[in-house]
Design a protein around this ligand. Structure first.
Ligand SMILES: Nc1ncnc2c1ncn2[C@@H]1O[C@H](COP(=O)(O)OP(=O)(O)OP(=O)(O)O)[C@@H](O)[C@H]1O
Ligand SMILES: [Mg+2]
Length: 340
């Protein structure tokens, strides 16, 4: 199994580069799947992605020796699938119909990151050998990895287990069976949130606990895959202006967690206009400005090459296209430039 995860700050091209990278793998003969998060509308249309559809194959013209598959990280669909796979049969419908379930997918902070790890596990089970994973823009550290680990630790903690497990017992035998401290705690929470909501939440937790605890075990397994340098490689996407800062930040964050940093893709690099072309007046000024920016991009590339060439495997420049990456034609242009 091989997993390639694309990281980066907002809007640098993670989703586009991840899709191009999966396309490159398909063209190299592999069955590759790109798991994308929130692609721009036209890219979503090009990959024929729809809410609620788990994954689908993308037609390629001309056909590739491998296959390109695409999937949206749909939090609700991933969670539904986990319920079907892991809840005891008798609990599947009570969970799916529970009023709290309808809101949990959207309201739980970090649900997207939690479900990304769950989804990787589901895809691996379905036999996808080459996964390319797009991530949401990371504001602090590697939320994509830190949140699932945190949640796994949390649900396997004794405290949460105790609350989840004792609730059924409490509901059956009344608060009197609990120690004084616990009664105070329940009552305080009830007075803030309302008894009805608290009961619903606890009720939901008590039937959901099997999924949550199973999640912890699966997340640990997936994170172990992500930590295995023979399986997973993390690539940083950035733009020339941000290249040095982003490289320092992400390389440090990856090294700290002992993840394999496999490369840096500097996206949206302007082509340097050929020397000797001159233009009069305003056009000439625009050309000069264009040259100055292009040279600055080259200098930024040289600087990251000097600083990170040794530590980062591959460093590649991807050109600024004349238009957005909005369809298969644009992906085909970028794909050969992304190392497969
Ligand atoms: N090399 C490029 N040339 C031209 N346009 C590009 C290039 N790379 C990305 N874009 C455009 O920039 C926009 C942002 O790209 P994309 O959605 O891939 O970034 P992202 O990092 O995934 O963003 P977010 O952080 O919001 O998820 C899109 O409209 C895309 O078409
Ligand atoms: Mg994106």
């Amino acid at each position: 199994m091989r997993i390639t995860v694309y990281l980066g700050t907002g809007g640098v091209g993670k989703t586009s580069v991840a899709a191009a990278s999966a396309l490159a793998q398909a063209r190299a003969g592999h069955k590759a799947l790109v798991l994308t998060i929130d692609p721009a509308l036209r890219l979503r249309t090009a990959l024929r992605l729809r809410e609620g559809v788990l994954e689908q194959q993308v037609d390629l013209e001309p056909a590739a020796t491998g296959e390109l598959w695409a999937a949206l990280l749909d939090v609700r669909a991933t969670l539904d699938e986990a319920v079907h796979l892991y809840a005891p049969a008798a609990l599947v419908q009570p969970i799916l119909r529970h009023p709290i379930y309808a809101t949990i997918a959207d309201s739980l902070v970090g649900m997207q990151e939690l479900m990304a790890v769950e989804r990787i596990d589901q895809l691996a089970r379905r036999g996808f050998e080459n996964l390319v994973v797009d991530t949401a823009p990371s504001r602090h550290a590697l939320e994509f990895l830190d949140k699932p680990m945190f949640f796994a630790d949390l649900v396997s903690s004794n405290w949460v287990r105790l609350v989840g497990r004792t609730y059924k017992f409490v509901a059956g035998s009344g608060l009197a069976s609990l120690g004084r401290k616990s009664i105070d705690f329940y009552q305080r929470v009830e007075s803030i949130l309302g008894a009805n909501l608290v009961r619903q939440v606890l009720d939901f937790y008590s039937i959901f606990v099997s999924i949550a605890e199973g999640y912890a075990a699966r997340a640990e397994k997936t994170v172990a895959l992500l930590k295995d340098p023979a399986v997973t490689e993390f690539r940083i996407v950035t733009t020339p202006q941000k290249a040095q800062r982003d490289a320092r930040y992400f390389v440090h964050a990856l090294e700290q967690r002992r993840f394999r940093a496999g490369g840096l893709l500097v996206n949206r690099v302007w082509d340097l206009p050929a020397e000797g072309i001159e233009a009069p007046g305003l056009a000439g000024e625009a050309l000069e400005w264009y040259r100055a920016v292009s040279r600055a991009h080259r200098q930024a590339l040289d600087a990251v090459q000097r600083e990170f060439g040794g530590r980062l495997g591959v460093i590649r420049a991807l050109p600024e296209l004349a238009r957005d990456i909005d369809g298969m034609a644009a992906l085909e242009r970028i794909a050969p430039l992304v190392f497969p």
